[in-house]
Structures are given as C-alpha cells and as structure tokens.
Write a protein that binds this ligand. Structure first.
Ligand SMILES: NC(=O)c1ccc[n+]([C@@H]2O[C@H](COP(=O)([O-])OP(=O)(O)OC[C@H]3O[C@@H](n4cnc5c(N)ncnc54)[C@H](OP(=O)(O)O)[C@@H]3O)[C@@H](O)[C@H]2O)c1
Length: 349
C-alpha cells in the first residue's frame, strides 16, 4: 500500500511533537510536511523546536532536517493534523479544508459546529457521516474532523459503556497535568507546592463536548445526549496524565460487577485493524491505589483509559477514577486514530 502523505500544523508545540513522534514508522501515513508560525518557518525542524523538544525519545531522524513551512494550503500532503494554538487554528483549518485537504484537528475551534464530527472512534464512529454534509454546506473540497478536549476524551471513553446502564448524571473532578497547558505553560512558581483550581474554559468544554459525543446522529446534526454533566477542573503538579474522579447515576441500577464488566467488555474497534487502536481501550485496575499517572499513563502506548476504584457512591450510584495520557490519547493519538478510521472508511480515497 502506498502511504498517505501527511503534514502537521503546529508541529513545534507540545502536541505537534507528539504527532511527529507517533508518525515515525506509521504503517499508513508518511510525514512529508511540518508547519508552524513565522517564528519557525524556514528553519530545519530540529532547530525550530530546539530546547522545546520535551519528549523522552529523541527527535525522529526523518523529521530533523525537514524545513518548517508556513501554515498555508500549499503543502505536499493529502491530510493535515492540526496542533495549532486555538487563537489561530480556526481560519487556518478552514483554508486547508476549502482547498481539499482532510483536516484532523485537536483544537477546540470547530468542535461544536453542527456539521463537524467531534469523534472518538470507539464511541461515535457513525458521526463521521457528517462529513459529506459539511462539504456540501460549505462548498469545500476537503473537510474537518475534530477530537475532543484531553479531559473529555478519557471521561467519555469511560462513560460510553455506562450509557446502556441508564447513565443520567455525571459529576467529575479533574486533576490535569502540566503538559496540557502547552509550553512553557504554567509558571513553576504557580504550580510547585500547589493546586490551581481553575483552567480557563475547561469545565465548559468537558460539559458541552460530552453531550455531543454521547449524542445520536440526526439528519443534519447530532442530538445531544440527555445526561447532566458537572465538571470541576484543576491543574496539578504532574507532567503527563490527567486523573479524573467521577460519580455517575445509572438509572438501570446495575450491580458493581455489571459496571466493571461493562468497562472490561467495551471494545468496539476489535478486529478493525486500526494501527493506533489500543487492544483494550478501558483497562480496569483492582488495586486500591491505582490508577496513578506515573505508573499507568503509558499502558497500551498511552492510548488506553485506565479505570480504578470502582465502588458504590452514597450520593449518586457509583464512583470511580479514570486516568489517561493527555498528549497521546488526549490529543495527538486521538487525532491519529480518527484519521485511521477516516482511511478505513474511505474518506481519504
Ligand atoms: N497539550 C495538550 O495536552 C492538548 C490536549 C488536547 C488539545 N490540545 C490543543 O492542541 C493545540 C496545541 O496545543 P499545544 O499544547 O501543543 O500548544 P503549544 O505547545 O503552545 O504549540 C502551539 C503550536 O502552534 C503554533 N502557532 C502558534 N501561533 C501560530 C501562528 N500564528 N501561525 C501558525 N502556527 C502558530 C506554534 O508554532 P511556533 O513554535 O512556531 O510558535 C506551535 O507549533 C491547542 O489548540 C490545544 O488547545 C492540547
């Protein structure tokens, strides 16, 4: 199979670096273009990233010498992954879609637009059917598909198997890693010895996106799920991995083992052969002190959501903790898996 040429917009940032890393040796996609701001373009990738390369493995050899381009739709590729700063992502992604590129975006800008799929392949693969409508509505030759916010994705992966158990109310308190704020992110003097109980816009994103993701596809948009969601989001002194304490009301009143079994049995992508799909999307841990970011965030190459401490809740019905890697499954890995689903379903032909 000829590999599909792909570019990364915002390739020098925290999420962009993950894209460059995950594309190394990808069986379906070949990185042919890296693009970023005027601070970077014209430089070799290794020079443009410089000391901002924050991943433990070195910059992939194939990317080091690539020349960073401007984020304009004249790149030699079929698909672009967008890891652009949200201040600029909106019009740039639209320009690429109008020019015929498939755009798999991490940024928040287009997520809630009615004809744009907000996608998690295990949760709502059918929402990809919005793509032809989007192209028709906007007269675009290409299209935009988005992945959710880094906290939302792990929360919703855990909630989806509970939907058939009558999920009706959700309370979530997040403890979010520093890499989620990009680089240089939160000042060290603000976060050392501290917890910051505010991340601008985050609670609204978790509450809104969850309803669209769990919603049902209608004729021209998604009907939001009728679930009440309340989120409180905190920044904590952890490098990578968002931890979320969740309580749920389940109207079917299942037993504890039914809830755990629903998590364990959840694997809608089994057999599809998508290269980035985890073999087990939800891992259930039984130890009383797990999951923990340092120990569990890299399970399934950072693509799993790790659930633990599943137990009855005296206020709602059950409570549990879910943990997941924020720049892999919460960002670049999510967009990669979305693009693999697009390819598998013929959207990149
Ligand atoms: N970090 C996470 O865990 C996470 C998770 C989910 C979603 N996201 C979303 O993903 C996006 C990227 O986040 P990040 O954490 O990687 O941010 P970041 O580290 O600040 O990187 C931002 C990227 O955008 C580029 N950029 C900035 N201004 C630009 C302009 N005017 N034109 C073209 N490129 C420009 C930067 O290029 P230069 O290096 O040249 O300045 C850099 O490559 C954001 O929308 C964020 O909300 C992040």
């Amino acid at each position: 199979m000829d590999k599909i040429k792909v570019g990364v917009l915002g390739a020098t940032g925290m999420v962009g670096q993950r894209f460059v890393q995950l594309l190394q040796g990808h069986p379906w996609f070949e990185l042919t273009e890296v693009a970023a701001s005027e601070r970077s373009f014209g430089k070799r990738y290794a020079e443009a990233v410089g000391g901002r390369w924050k991943l433990s493995a070195d910059i992939p050899e194939a990317a080091r010498a690539m020349v960073v381009k401007e984020c304009a739709p004249n790149l030699d590729c079929r698909l672009v992954f967008s890891a652009l700063d949200a201040d600029v992502a909106g019009p740039i992604e639209q320009a690429f879609a109008a020019a015929g590129y498939a755009v798999s975006s991490n940024s928040r800008n287009h997520r809630m637009e009615p004809d744009v799929p907000l996608l998690i392949p295990e949760v709502n693969a059918d929402h990809l059917a919005l793509v032809p409508l989007q192209k028709k509505n906007r007269g675009w030759k290409g299209f935009i598909v988005t992945n959710p916010n880094c906290s939302t994705i792990h929360l919703v992966l855990a909630l989806k198997p509970l939907q058939r158990l009558g999920l009706s109310e959700v309370m979530v308190v997040t403890m979010q890693a520093l890499s989620g704020a990009g680089y240089p992110g939160v000042a060290s003097l603000d976060i050392l010895d501290n917890v910051v109980p505010y991340i601008g816009g985050e609670e609204e994103k978790v509450e809104r996106e969850t309803l669209k993701l769990l919603g049902a596809l209608g004729e021209s948009s998604v009907r939001n799920a009728s679930v009440k969601v309340s989120a409180q989001c905190n920044r904590v002194n952890v490098n990578d991995g968002h931890t979320e304490a969740v309580s749920v009301r389940l109207d079917a009143k299942p037993g504890l083992e039914d809830v755990k079994q629903a998590f364990r049995a959840f694997n809608p992508l089994r057999g599809l052969g998508l290269p980035s799909a985890p073999s087990q999307p939800i891992i259930v841990r039984e130890e009383p002190d797990r999951p923990q970011p340092k120990m569990d965030r890299m399970l399934e190459r950072g693509m799993a959501s790790v659930v633990g401490r599943v137990r009855p809740c005296p206020v709602l019905d059950y409570k549990f903790v879910v943990l997941g890697h924020n720049t892999i499954r919460g960002a670049a890995g999510a967009a990669m898996l979305n693009a693999e689903l697009m390819k598998q379903q013929g959207y990149l032909d």
